[in-house]
Structures are given as structure tokens and as C-alpha cells.
Design a protein around this ligand. Structure first.
Ligand code: SAH
Ligand code: SF4
Ligand code: F3S
Length: 434
């Protein structure tokens, strides 16, 4: 870029999972090379990118209504480029431009490296399969901070019967360990203390080495303090990973292990390939090998044909396991998926009732568990000022719990501090530094 050239401005809005947020960071990285800076207001932008999620219908509807609003923007400034990226882009493709003629281009998640092409083309639909995705490293512009996301794999081969992700993100591909390590070392040299390794199913990482072997290599990186990873599929969680969590000092004592349902019949219909008992046994192993480990999960309420008895099995699972936290959702039928076509779809109202019961029960469990931490001394990685109270600092424990406490912001951000928990709340902990 020549110095005399005016900087171009991009506004990126993101929905969905951590992977999608990281994709936005990489689109920004690619665009910066094209001379773009990012802005916080679409009205100021020359390029507007909506990076979308289609995992549930609600997420998709939200984005569609926001996209509709951009019509005015395009009318007042026809030169502004509007690009729809992400999982909805992949799933709907051309249809987006047909329904919303103010959209210029559609860019699937496997093709974000080609965002430059959308600048010179109009009505391009870039949704081809990209088998080289794991071998091509794109630059990323991350928010300044202490923690960074790092891709280790792309796509998913599991085809859980409810899930659209294998159709939007394509086949599973692992990134070579060398490029993962180079990227993390670079992040550490820039001051990041923590990395979160990203993949739809990190346990099936196959970059010439296994996932636990990759963890061992990352653990050796000097200056790195903490390693996290999402998501783990219970069917592929082996003893070697449990051992890695137990023995590698930087690997945090937290695992997100989506259960989805406590009923074996529903798990079968979901194509999850484990039983509740298999899951429970893995939880027991994790807890005995890694004392104090936090386990979080995802639950789907009201899968097709789910009976009251199946729902009770989920409720019992929540009571028996006592997760540290859950994400729970009403089943949402998604295009292309098997579950959307199944007989026995439940009414929204019933799904809603079951979801409320699940969330209410879990709130009580989370609060109870957090209260047992009162009086304990824990290590927090200080992230910055607290969102709810600017006079406080916020950080996370190794078990991924949010802790708020009074402290000097200048000297503490990015540091590991010992604090004593004074109060366990539903969604966070209060503490005092010691
Ligand atoms: N690969 C990850 C994340 C998948 S999407 C994993 O396997 O866990 C994140 C969560 O969204 C899933 O765990 C599931 O609980 C939920 N989800 C996916 N599809 C859904 C659907 N059609 N309806 C409701 N929830 C869904
Ligand atoms: Fe979806 Fe299952 Fe793949 Fe997770 S493992 S992304 S839920 S198909
Ligand atoms: Fe993520 Fe949503 Fe796609 S959860 S993988 S952005 S469908």
C-alpha cells in the first residue's frame, strides 16, 4: 500500500462460536494487507462483512434481520461493499444474493482467505470446498489481550444427526504441528499468555501426531502460561488425553465435553456414538486423575421423539454429574440434517418447558458449586477491567471461572495473581488479592 493512499475501512460483525470469531480475526488480517483498518460503525465503512452462524434457527434469524437493515446503507452509498461470510453463507450460497440484492458477495468459511476477491468482484459466491485450508496460514489481527485463539483443525466428520456444521465447514482437516507451534511462539513473543486451541473435535486431531502429543509440544513453549482447547467429543476422549491434562503443567483443569442428552435412546438417534454410561465413566476418570477439574457441557432440549422419560434421564444426568456450567438449547431443525426430517418433532412450547427446567436446575448446581470455592486461594490470569464494575479487575481461574476483584489495573493486566475467593455467585466469583 502506498502511503498517500487513503486507508479503506472495514466493519466486521460476527455471530456464532469461537471458531467463527477467530475467522473474523483472520479476515481482518487478510484485509489489513489490502490496506484496510477496522471501524466500529457500518456507516463509516467501505466494506461491511457479516460473519454468520447457522447452528440454530434463532442465530440465523437475528442476522437476517440485521442484514435487511443494511439495505438503507447500500441505497445511500451504493459504493459500499456488503459481504456475507460464515456458516449461513456456506449453507445458503447464491440464494442470499437472490433474496437480498444489496449483498455483493457470499464467502464460505473455507474460503475466507479469498476475501480480497470480493473487493474486485460483484455477485461472487465463493463456497467451494477448500482441501488446502489446513496448509494455508492466514494472518490474524487479534484484539490486544492476554488470550488468543489458535486453529488446530478445520471441519467435522461426525455428522451428529442434528448438526449443520459438517455441511458448512466441510471435511475434517488437521493443521500441521509445525505451523501451530510457530504461531503460538509468535503470540507469546507479542505478550499473549494463554492460547485456546480450536477445533470441532480436537480429540480427533491427526496432524501426524495425536492431540495429546500436540499438547505436549505446546506445553514446552517458554513464556506461555496456559493452554485451553475446545471442543472435545466424548467418544474420542482417551486415557492419553486425560493423562496429558493431569501431567502437563500449562494445560488448564477444564474440559468442555458436550453430553447433549442423558438418554441412550436419544444419544443413538443423535449419532453421538457413546452411551450415558460411557460418558459417566470418562467423567469419573477425569475427576480422579485431575482433582478439581471443571467440566462443562452442552445439552439439547426436545430432540425429536424425546419422551418425558428421556428428558428425566437428562435431568438425572445433570444431578448426578453436577457440571460446572452448561450451554443448553432447544432443538432447532436445520436444513440438510437427518434430525430435521425425523418423525416426532416436539412442539416449541414443550421444548421451551424442558429447556427452562434444565437451565433452572443447572443454575442451582452452578451456584452451589461456586459457593464451595469460598475461602479457597486460586490463580487468576488478569484480563482487564471488569465489565460490570470498572473499579474492579476481572480474570479467569485455570478452571475457566470468571473472578472479579479490586486491584491496580496498570500493573496487573496479563499477570497471574493469587486471590482468595470471598463469594461464589451464579456466573462469577468475587475475590480479594493476597
Ligand atoms: N463441535 C462442537 C460444537 C458444535 S455446535 C461439539 O461437538 O460440541 C455447539 C452446540 O450447539 C452443540 O454441542 C449442540 O449442543 C448445539 N447444537 C448444534 N446443533 C443444534 C441444533 N440443531 N439444535 C439445537 N442445538 C444444536
Ligand atoms: Fe456438530 Fe457433532 Fe461435529 Fe460437533 S461433533 S460439530 S455437534 S457434527
Ligand atoms: Fe460455529 Fe455457528 Fe458455524 S457455531 S461452526 S459459526 S454454524
Amino acid at each position: 500500500m502506498q502511503r498517500t493512499e487513503k486507508l479503506k475501512r472495514v466493519y466486521i460483525r460476527t455471530w456464532g462460536c469461537q471458531m467463527n470469531f477467530h475467522d473474523s480475526e483472520r479476515m481482518l488480517g487478510v484485509l489489513q494487507k489490502e490496506g484496510f483498518v477496522s471501524v466500529d460503525d457500518p456507516k463509516e465503512a467501505d466494506l461491511v462483512v457479516f460473519n454468520t452462524c447457522s447452528v440454530r434457527e434463532k442465530a440465523e434469524q437475528k442476522f437476517m434481520s440485521e442484514l435487511g437493515r443494511l439495505r438503507h446503507l447500500k441505497r445511500s452509498r451504493p459504493d459500499v461493499k456488503i459481504v456475507v461470510a460464515g456458516c449461513v453463507a456456506q449453507q445458503k450460497g447464491e440464494a442470499i444474493i437472490e433474496r437480498m440484492p444489496h449483498v455483493d458477495c457470499v464467502l464460505g468459511p473455507q474460503n475466507i482467505g479469498r476475501i480480497g476477491e470480493t473487493l474486485v468482484q460483484s455477485r461472487a459466491v465463493l463456497t467451494e470446498d477448500n482441501p488446502d485450508i489446513a496448509e494455508t496460514d492466514l494472518p490474524a489481527i487479534r484484539k490486544e489481550g492476554v488470550s488468543a485463539w489458535v486453529n488446530i483443525m478445520y471441519g467435522c466428520n461426525n455428522f451428529c444427526s442434528y448438526c449443520i456444521v459438517p455441511y458448512t465447514r466441510g471435511r475434517e482437516r488437521s493443521r500441521p504441528p509445525e505451523s501451530i507451534l510457530v504461531e503460538i511462539k509468535e503470540l507469546v513473543s507479542k505478550g499473549y499468555k494463554e492460547v485456546t486451541l480450536l477445533g470441532q473435535n480436537v480429540n480427533s486431531y491427526r496432524g501426524g501426531i495425536s492431540f495429546p502429543e500436540l499438547l505436549r509440544l505446546v506445553n514446552q513453549i517458554e513464556g506461555l502460561e496456559r493452554i485451553r482447547f475446545v471442543t472435545s467429543h466424548p467418544k474420542d476422549l482417551g486415557d492419553d488425553l486425560i493423562e496429558a491434562i493431569a501431567t502437563l503443567d500449562k494445560v488448564c483443569e477444564h474440559i468442555h465435553l458436550p453430553l447433549q442428552s442423558g438418554s441412550d435412546r436419544i444419544l443413538g438417534l443423535m449419532n453421538r456414538r457413546y452411551t450415558y454410561n460411557d460418558y459417566l465413566r470418562k467423567v469419573e476418570k477425569l475427576r480422579s486423575a485431575v482433582p478439581g477439574i471443571a467440566i462443562t457441557t452442552d445439552i439439547i432440549a426436545g430432540f425429536p421423539t424425546e419422551s418425558e422419560e428421556d428428558h428425566r434421564a437428562t435431568i438425572n444426568a445433570l444431578k448426578e454429574i453436577e457440571f460446572d456450567g452448561i450451554f443448553a438449547f432447544k432443538f432447532s431443525p436445520r436444513p440438510m440434517t437427518k434430525a430435521a426430517e425425523m418423525e416426532g418433532q416436539l412442539p416449541e412450547e414443550l421444548k421451551g418447558e424442558r429447556l427452562s427446567e434444565i437451565l433452572q436446575l443447572q443454575d442451582e448446581i452452578t451456584e452451589k458449586k461456586n459457593r464451595t470455592l469460598e475461602g479457597r486461594v486460586v490463580e487468576v490470569l488478569v484480563e482487564g477491567p471488569s465489565e460490570t464494575d470498572k473499579s474492579k479487575l476481572t480474570g479467569r481461574t485455570r478452571t475457566n471461572k470468571i473472578v472479579n476483584f479490586y486491584g491496580d489495573p496498570i500493573n496487573n493486566i496479563g499477570r497471574l495473581l493469587k486471590v482468595r475467593i470471598t463469594k461464589g455467585l451464579r456466573h462469577s466469583l468475587e475475590a480479594i488479592p493476597i
